[in-house]
Design a protein around this ligand. Structure first.
Ligand SMILES: Nc1nc2c(ncn2[C@@H]2O[C@H](COP(=O)(O)OP(=O)(O)O)[C@@H](O)[C@H]2O)c(=O)[nH]1
Ligand SMILES: [Mg+2]
Length: 304
């Protein structure tokens, strides 16, 4: 496409078009090029050319959108502990996921800013937890598949009336539910008390939080971990500090389970096991391989 004798506006648009990273960007600049292309006889061929490209690109984007929609889960690898954040638009989902994880979605005062699921990893005292922000429930981009496969569903609301609306939509989701009443920095103590009393009376598992002031964010992390129904076991070698990363087990997991999670066959090499923490009668108690562990126990293995 010879553009040397085109207007500077056209040339600018073409420059942007050539530098564009996505088809969405390309199409906006292509539109601009069509607009800026002179409409006289000598440019007729060029204009027709641009229009053909425009139509082709538009079709490509459309088909990509369709295939993405029908297989929305593609590309999300489910981690061991996974929670999704659902809620209406502008309730603070993106703010929460960007506070808790490495994900940096657009935070916006505009509606429906998040159009694809946002995935982030959170590190809670060495426990990796995957958090996913699902596009707002009332948007066409809401993804039921991801919500149905999550271990825990976080219902983020800014008004009590939103609960029943969301509950209808997530009816089939088998995950545990936690209600998060957000933006509490905008509420008075009295308003917060009333909301808590209502949620309590309806027997919800809930917390009042603010991403802005970080109110109850630490409590939320612990509640989230508890919702998965797993226990954390820290291991140590004799004379050394306990590990930073706990081993995650189902409740009542045994000492043998921990050993086998460290390395297959490891349990047969253990000469002695000592434990500290909630399942021990006293610090450093010697136990057998069948001993049942509790959340936050520390296990020390002696192999020779
Ligand atoms: N006061 C206050 N505003 C918040 C809080 N969290 C989010 N917001 C604001 O609410 C708007 C929507 O936030 P966003 O995270 O994009 O919501 P989303 O649409 O649910 O993802 C933005 O203007 C945020 O700055 C909060 O804890 N307190
Ligand atoms: Mg968002």
């Amino acid at each position: 496409m010879a553009s040397t004798n085109q207007s500077p506006f056209y040339q600018k648009a073409e420059e942007k078009f050539l530098a564009a990273q996505t088809d969405e960007e390309r199409i906006t600049y292509l539109e601009e090029m069509i607009r800026e292309c002179p409409k006289h006889k000598s440019s007729e061929k060029m204009l027709a050319n641009l229009k053909t490209r425009y139509i082709k690109l538009k079709k490509k984007i459309e088909t990509e959108k369709k295939t993405k929609k029908s297989s929305g889960k593609v590309g999300i690898k489910k981690e061991d502990l996974q929670a999704v954040i659902v809620g209406k638009t502008k309730t603070g989902k993106s703010s929460l996921i960007s506070l808790l994880t490495n994900a940096k979605p657009e935070i916006s005062s505009h509606e429906f800013a998040t159009k694809t699921p946002v995935i982030g990893m959170m590190n809670y005292n060495g426990v990796p937890i995957q958090l996913i922000e699902v596009p707002a429930i009332e948007s066409e981009y809401y993804d039921r598949g991801i919500v149905n496969s999550a271990d825990t569903v976080l219902i983020l609301i800014t008004d009590l009336s939103q609960i029943s609306e969301i509950e209808k939509i997530i009816e089939r989701a088998p995950g545990k539910r936690i209600i998060l009443f957000g933006k509490t920095d905008l509420l008075s103590e009295n308003e917060k008390r009333k909301i808590s009393a209502t949620l309590q009376s309806r027997k919800y598992n809930f917390l009042l939080i603010s991403s802005k002031t970080k109110e109850n964010i630490e409590q939320f992390k612990e509640k989230l971990f508890q919702s998965f129904g797993k226990i954390r076991i820290y291991t140590k070698e004799p004379g050394k500090e306990k590990s930073n990363r706990p081993i995650i087990l189902l409740p009542d997991g045994s000492v043998r389970k921990v050993a086998e999670k460290i390395l297959k066959g490891f349990s047969s090499k253990i000469k002695e096991t000592r434990i500290w923490g909630p399942s021990s009668k006293y610090p450093g108690q010697v136990v057998g391989l069948n001993h049942k562990l509790k959340d936050m126990d520390i296990v020390e293995f002696k192999t020779r």
